[in-house]
Design a protein around this ligand. Structure first.
Ligand SMILES: [Cu+2]
Length: 70
């Protein structure tokens, strides 16, 4: 299982956390998502044969920004 950490910008409340969490979990291969509102750090575990681009695209589609930090 692989792990990736993203820095997500634009989250301001618990609903933002839910939107981001749900958008990421909808991607096949994702097994676990942890979203930290205070830091904007999102930790994702799973298998990502298509890389992180589909994950970033899903987050951006929800109206947030995302960059890979690890
Ligand atoms: Cu919000």
């Amino acid at each position: 299982m692989a792990a990736v950490q993203l820095s997500v910008g634009g989250m301001t409340c618990g609903n933002c956390v839910k939107h981001v969490d749900h958008a990421i979990r909808a991607i096949s291969g994702v097994e676990d998502v942890q979203v930290d509102l205070a830091s904007g750090k999102v930790s994702i575990k799973g298998e990502f044969p298509q890389g992180v681009e589909p994950i970033i695209a899903a987050i951006v589609e929800e109206g947030y920004s995302a960059t890979v930090i690890a």
